[in-house]
Design a protein around this ligand. Structure first.
Ligand code: ATP
Ligand code: MG
Length: 249
């Protein structure tokens, strides 16, 4: 595979993009874990923003973005919801389709000002993507274009179950081809409480060796997603992340 490229404007210590191999793989759980982990290591303040969220619901006359609200609650953030999630769309589909349905054209002018404002007052701004990296925001603009424009490095979140090798390698290859630095991989045992089978035990190491990208951590199946459980896992992941960020180049 292509070499890990860290040449394109990475600003370690500021922004970090949490990219997923798919929707539902655990980006929200991983982003919150890393944010809480960084804070518990004294690397805060940290906030998590979600530039675009689809499937938002009206409550009290406002569109509620549930991922962004989850992060705000977990981090006790006082940042306004509109800043943490500037583009809220109702249809529970890909951003391109949801925006078309709402007759909106969305682009970086919608989230860049929020990102810049948050970067100005946090040690880390973690940015959670929507779905996987080739999800279209417009027909000519993918989530990976958003990452390129933000000029921040990535962590890729993947599931541990069978099929993850292909999805994770494709995701990494796409990001590297676009010159986006991939700092590490986080594998998430999405909701599984059972003993890991052979695919789960061997997959992460195999992907890491082929892609030549470190595994920052494996998130266990959590019976309930609490702040303490997230922080515990996030601390280990964040220690590894900081080692990568601070390694001599
Ligand atoms: N390690 C885990 N243990 C238990 N449940 C988990 C775990 N990881 C994720 N889940 C659950 O799986 C579901 C999907 O996870 P999550 O919301 O983090 O995925 P996502 O990649 O952020 O999805 P989206 O693309 O919708 O943003 C959620 O209901 C979450 O609570
Ligand atoms: Mg999410």
């Amino acid at each position: 595979m292509a070499d890990r490229s860290e040449s394109k404007g990475a600003r370690p210590g500021r922004g970090l993009f949490i990219a997923g191999t798919d929707t539902g793989v655990g980006k929200t759980v991983a982003a919150a874990s890393i944010a809480l982990g960084l804070e518990s290591l004294g690397r805060g303040p940290v906030c998590v923003m979600k530039p675009i969220e689809t499937g938002c619901r009206m409550r009290g006359g406002r569109l509620i973005a549930s991922d962004a609200e989850f992060h705000r609650k977990m981090l006790d953030s006082s940042e306004p919801g509109e800043l943490l999630c500037p583009v809220r769309l109702r249809p529970p589909v890909a951003p391109v389709t949801a925006a078309k349905m709402e007759k909106r054209r969305i682009g970086q002018e919608d989230w860049r000002p929020s990102f810049d404002a948050l970067v100005g007052r946090h040690a880390f701004v973690i940015v959670e993507g929507a779905g996987g990296v080739m999800v279209p925001v417009r027909e000519d603009y993918l989530i990976s274009d958003m990452i390129s424009e933000l000029e921040i490095p990535c962590v890729v979140v993947a599931r541990t179950s069978l099929g993850t090798i292909n999805h994770t390698l494709l995701t990494v290859e796409h990001l590297l081809t676009k010159g986006i630095p991939v700092l590490g991989l986080v594998f998430n045992r999405t909701g599984t409480a059972t003993k890991p089978g052979i695919a789960e035990r061997t997959g992460p190491g195999l992907v890491s060796r082929i892609a030549r990208i470190p595994v920052l951590g494996i998130i266990p199946g959590m019976p309930s997603i609490t702040r303490n459980a997230l922080r515990r896992t996030g601390k280990r992941i964040s220690e590894n992340l900081i080692s990568v960020l601070e390694a001599p180049r």
